[in-house]
Design a protein around this ligand. Structure first.
Ligand code: DQA
Length: 150
C-alpha cells in the first residue's frame, strides 16, 4: 500500500482556532480523518506538522529515501525558504510526486504571499479550496502513483 506523507509547515498546528475566516474551523485531526477516509485501502496517510524548517527538510529526505509521495503545505516557508525548495527538488528529481497545497488562495491575499519558491520544483500546485485542496492533491497523487510501478 502506498504511504503518502502529508506535511504541514508552521502555524498549521493551530488550524481550528487560527484565523477561521481564512482557514475554517476544522483542525489537523479532522484533516487526517478526511484524507484517510478518502484514501480508503488505496493508501495510508501519514500526516505531520512542524514549525521547524529543519524537521520539515528531514521529512523530505525521508520521503526521497522511501520513495513516498508528498502532499506539502509549506505554510509561510512557501514564500522564502530556499532550503525547503532545495529539499523539495530532491523529491521530485527522484521522480516522486510532490504536490504543493494551500488552504487559502495566496494570490488573492497580501503581495508577499503571491510568490512561492516551492512551486518551481513541485509536481503541481493546488490552492484556494479549503481542506478540499488536500483532497484534490490526494486524487492527483493517487492518479500519478497508479501509473508507476511499485
Ligand atoms: C497557507 C498560505 C500561506 O501564505 C500561509 O503562510 C499559511 C497557510 C495556506 O494553506 O493557505 O500558513 O499555506
Amino acid at each position: 500500500m502506498t504511504r503518502i506523507l502529508v506535511l504541514n509547515g508552521p502555524n498549521l498546528g493551530r488550524l481550528g482556532s487560527r484565523e477561521p475566516d481564512v482557514y475554517g474551523n476544522a483542525n489537523l485531526d479532522d484533516l487526517r480523518a478526511m484524507l484517510q477516509s478518502a484514501a480508503g485501502s488505496e493508501a495510508s496517510i501519514d500526516l505531520r506538522q512542524t514549525n521547524d524548517e529543519a524537521e520539515l527538510i528531514g521529512w523530505l529526505y525521508e520521503a526521497t529515501d522511501a520513495a513516498a509521495p508528498v502532499i506539502l503545505n509549506p505554510a509561510a516557508f512557501t514564500h522564502y525558504s530556499y532550503a525547503l525548495r532545495d529539499a523539495a527538488a530532491l523529491v521530485t528529481k527522484a521522480g516522486i510526486p510532490l504536490v504543493e497545497v494551500h488552504i487559502s488562495n495566496p494570490h488573492a491575499r497580501e503581495t508577499f504571499r503571491h510568490n512561492s519558491v516551492i512551486s518551481g520544483v513541485a509536481t503541481g500546485v493546488i490552492a484556494g479550496f479549503g481542506f478540499d485542496s488536500y483532497l484534490l492533491a490526494l486524487d492527483a497523487v493517487l492518479r500519478l502513483t497508479a501509473a508507476r510501478p511499485e
